[in-house]
Write a protein that binds this ligand. Structure first.
Ligand code: ATP
Ligand code: LTN
Length: 333
């Protein structure tokens, strides 16, 4: 009989802050799918995190279900993994408060995501945006997680999670497992197709910079054809060629080819051929996801059944850690 007890725990989450992007997929979700065989995987829609930026309620509600269906369409199997909705599992908000009291103002002030998002939403620099990493630390630590598959932008938050966990363990004994980030070799930081110095982001205003998982093939091709490159007219990976480097990274992540193989493949060819090849590779990668999404989003009852079951299991597992934490702190439990 398979011994599931021995499998390591994987935890990760994604915000339903808009349509899932190619960056989210290559940086994180693709690994979520491939890790399902070898690990005990627990994934969440981080909808508590999402309200750190103001959301319009009706649109937010649609985004949550859409993101749930999209992630499942990427290949998350509810028979193998637990995929729940963060706001349905109260232990998350609760541990976040406790961890806030073990996280320093100075630590949170150094988070680059906080600095970036404060600059972007200068009219709404709320306390939640600032303490966002404590909630994320709680998400991870509640499940005694070994590995956290994320894109490179989340590395700093994971380091903070480890610091907070060590601090807590130092005070009270071995309460939390110390997790490690799992960041892909290729695709950890997909850049905007329009401004390759910026990360491709769900909430980017420039729609042409961002490829969404559910974009139809002709839209994907148009976005790649319009991608910013340079005047060098040579497909090679080099400093200062941010646009071409980004396209090569995407092509490599999707096809498994190395940068050298890609340079050889397009030697003597122009950017037009190259962009078309990248567009076609991405279209083929995303086609089955879009088809599965179309089927899933029509079946709201099935989706609800999946998340209700997952919410319940997540509550059960996370309650064990939360009870331990509360006892250690001194609460009467
Ligand atoms: P938002 O625009 O609302 O900040 P986002 O697109 O940055 O959202 P998140 O929900 O914050 O996405 O991130 C989900 C996962 O996708 C994380 O693991 C993150 O590291 C990864 N990720 C996000 N953007 C990229 C990117 N451009 N390249 C690679 N990975 C990414
Ligand atoms: N902050 C993450 C989303 C997130 C997360 C997590 C990722 C919330 N909780 C726990 C990994 C583990 C982001 O991608 N912006």
């Amino acid at each position: 009989m398979e011994n599931t007890e021995k499998k390591q725990v994987v935890f990760s989450a994604i915000q339903p802050s808009g349509t899932i992007t190619l960056g989210n997929y290559l940086g994180a979700v693709r690994n979520w799918v491939s890790m399902q065989e070898e690990y005990n995987c627990i994934y969440a829609l981080a909808d508590l995190h999402t309200i750190t930026v103001r959301q319009e309620p009706a649109q937010f509600r649609r985004n949550i279900l859409d993101a749930y269906a999209s992630i499942m369409a990427c290949g998350i199997d509810p028979e193998k993994s637990i995929f729940f909705i963060q706001s349905h599992v109260h232990t998350h908000a609760e541990i976040a408060w406790i961890l806030n009291c073990y996280t320093q103002f100075g630590e949170l002030s150094r988070m680059t995501q906080f600095k970036d998002k404060s600059a972007k939403h200068a009219d709404n620099i709320n306390a939640g945006l600032f303490t966002y990493p404590s909630l994320m630390a709680g998400d991870i630590l509640l499940y005694q997680t070994d590995k956290v598959p994320v894109g490179a932008d989340q590395k700093q938050h994971i380091e903070l999670t480890c610091d907070v966990a060590r601090r807590f363990n130092g005070l009270y004994g071995e309460v939390f497992k110390i997790p490690e980030g799992f960041i892909p070799q290729n695709g950890a930081r997909v850049m905007s197709l329009q401004n390759p110095l910026n990360k491709m982001s769900k909430s980017d205003e420039n729609v042409n910079g961002c490829v969404h998982l559910l974009d139809p093939p002709e839209v994907i091709m148009k976005k790649f054809r319009r991608a910013v490159t340079d005047s060098d007219a040579c497909v090679r990976f080099a400093e200062g060629k941010d646009g071409v480097n980004n396209l090569m990274t995407i092509y490599g992540a999707v096809t498994g080819k190395t940068m050298e193989q890609i340079e050889n493949e397009f030697a003597g060819k122009g950017y037009g051929d190259f962009k078309t090849a990248v567009g076609e590779a991405v279209i083929e990668e995303l086609r089955p996801i879009r088809e599965r999404y179309e089927r899933l989003i029509k079946d709201k009852a099935y989706l609800a059944d999946c998340y209700h079951k997952a919410d319940e299991i997540a509550l059960k597992i996370s309650s064990r850690t939360l009870a331990k934490v509360k006892k250690k702190v001194g609460y009467i439990v």
